[in-house]
Design a protein around this ligand. Structure first.
Ligand SMILES: [Zn+2]
Length: 277
């Protein structure tokens, strides 16, 4: 299995370099970029410098012609996608029925790719494009339907309970959006939770939301402290204001908490929610 996970990691890295292109093309305000030019000097990037992950480290993260810094987003997205593919493989590998394992792996790689796009996009622009969350909900329902079809339980009681988990996950976020007039939370977070809730299912959606908020509180707390006490002026400028700014992108935390719970529920539930055992 470890031998197989290496090629899967590399396939993930290649998919990740494609996700970088999608994230850049999506742009903001109709401004679209191509990956093949340097965003600083506008020079076309040569083919030999387009090898995922490898090129970034060989160039020490700088453009070959103007030496300006390249965004670490490129290698980070590529490595994250590679790792996600490996986690998806280990998740599917535990399933004894072969068609079920194949459906599990393929659906997870599609859903994971969408989640990585949403994660980066929300972090950078504090909005979530509609097509990403609707595709996520679509593929989460498709995944659920295929799995229940292979089990012979399509449209059964448990099928509808997992669908209901999607609605119940999104409901509190939708209500906060509604009653705060969109000030405390964007509608994008509610839409994101539909797909995540269906992926997580009835058993895991509440612990996943709890873990997401703990993560958000912990990381925001650490960043605010770093901003207050750092000797580095730039760090103080970036993070010093965080506490007063109301707009914190919640999407990345919801995705991180959900994935932690999805892949490692057995370990995490025992530690954080022993009453659920
Ligand atoms: Zn350049």
């Amino acid at each position: 299995m470890l031998i197989l996970s290496l090629p899967i990691f590399f396939i993930g890295i290649i998919v990740g370099s494609f996700l970088n292109v999608v994230i850049l093309r999506e742009g903001i305000g109709g401004k679209r970029h191509k990956r093949s030019i340097c965003l600083s000097c506008g020079k076309q990037i040569e083919n030999k410098d387009l090898v995922p992950v490898f090129s970034f480290f060989r160039l020490r993260g700088r453009c070959r012609s103007c030496k300006s810094r390249l965004s670490p987003q490129y290698p980070l997205v590529e490595i994250a996608t590679g790792l996600f593919f490996v986690f998806a493989f280990f998740h599917a590998e535990k399933i004894a029925v072969v068609p079920l394992a194949v459906a599990d792996f393929i659906s997870l790689t599609i859903i994971g790719s969408l989640l990585i796009i949403i994660f980066v996009y929300d972090l950078r622009h504090k909005i979530i494009p509609d097509w990403t969350v609707s595709s996520l909900a679509f593929f989460a329902i498709l995944r659920l339907s295929v799995i229940h079809f292979l089990f012979g339980s399509l449209f059964g009681q448990f099928y509808f309970m997992e669908l209901l988990a999607g609605i119940l996950s999104a409901l509190p976020f939708f209500l906060i959006w509604l009653f705060s007039g969109g000030r405390l939370m964007g509608l994008g977070d509610a839409k994101l939770m539909v797909g995540l809730g269906i992926l997580l299912g009835f058993r895991l959606f509440l612990p996943a939301i709890a873990v997401s908020f703990w993560l958000a509180a912990l990381i925001m707390g650490l960043l605010i402290l770093a901003g207050k006490f750092s000797k580095n002026r730039k760090l103080r400028l970036i993070f010093g204001d965080l506490g007063r700014k109301s707009e914190i992108p919640l999407g990345p935390f919801l995705i991180a908490g959900s994935l932690l719970m999805f892949f490692w529920s057995a370990e995490l539930i025992g530690v954080f929610f022993p009453f659920m055992m």
